[in-house]
Design a protein around this ligand. Sequence first.
Ligand code: PLP
Length: 364
Amino acid sequence: MRKVIYFDQAATTKPYPEVVEVVTDCLVENWGNPSSSYEFGKDARKLIEESRITLANCIGASPEEIFFTSGSTEGINWFTRELQNDPVYTTEIEHPAVIKSIANPQYVSLDKNTVIKTTEIPKYSKVMAAHVNNEIGTILPIKGIKDRNVLLFLDATQSFGHIPINVKTEEIDLMVVSGHKIHGIKSSGFLYASKEYLEVIKNYPMQVGGGQENSFRAGTENVAGIVALAKAAEISLKDRKEKNRKIEKIRNYLYGEITNKIPCAHLNGTANWSKRWCGNLNFRFDGYKGEELLAWFDVNHIAVSTGSACSSHSGNPSHVLKAIGLTDDQANSSIRFSFDETNTLNEAKEVYRVLVEGLEALRK
Ligand code: PLP
């Protein structure tokens, strides 16, 4: 395998060795259909239900409130389709899965920290937004939003496993999680729907067909993905405080070096760390092209991103950076560094060294 320093953890993550182990076990030993009534099928069913309990425990939910999906996009699309033309309050910095799927979006402004202005959200409305923004790391003020008595659909794709969430104490009504962002595997995830909301939505299944997932999401389950998700969630949440301290050290080092020593560098988004996920730094480098910097990192075996992985081939400037006030040129000169506890300070030092060399080499 190609050896890379991976600073693109917001795009996807490498499955933990323990995840690979449980997936292999599913594919080699436990490959039965969970709906079959013989023991071999029941073994697969047992794995699913144990995983459901594990995941419910991770967020303070009941197992009946967890529905397995193929990832966050699916859960988001299901909710927005079900709402049809209802106004949904959101922001212009959301992931395309949110922005493209809401039929009647109502955009709420952001404050100087790129945080949603909660006072602009009408009481008793419906809100859908990311807990942690995938491009600039902004953390959603859940309490301030819930104080508006709204229905909150939380896109926890970038936060689950990193920031502990309790859906009951934080009064989250619906939430999506994606396995591949937490060292699980791709095309796995779950939707949490609170019991109260289940009553409303039981007539709007995500997929119809067989009776899987309580007839809510038909189709033979992705047993390996589900088991991987539960294992990845357990591992991610373990010793989280300590892991976040390690990530903060990497952030502090990179931020300090880049802002103190590179005059053309400007942080996109807030430097108020209490409002930003510590595993995200997004810089613009005035006078440079992000694509060229990315290619420089790439030939030096470092993976970073110019925006979200999904939009990085579009050639268009990031809608998130534009929404926070950058010009096209500024947005196109930006690089996102995203890292987690599996990265090291030595790797960050190499990232910085290669960046400095790249800025020198690419200077016009
Ligand atoms: N929401 C956010 C904030 C994301 O970062 C992503 C993926 O990058 C998604 C939704 C879509 O997630 P998935 O790949 O699981 O469909």
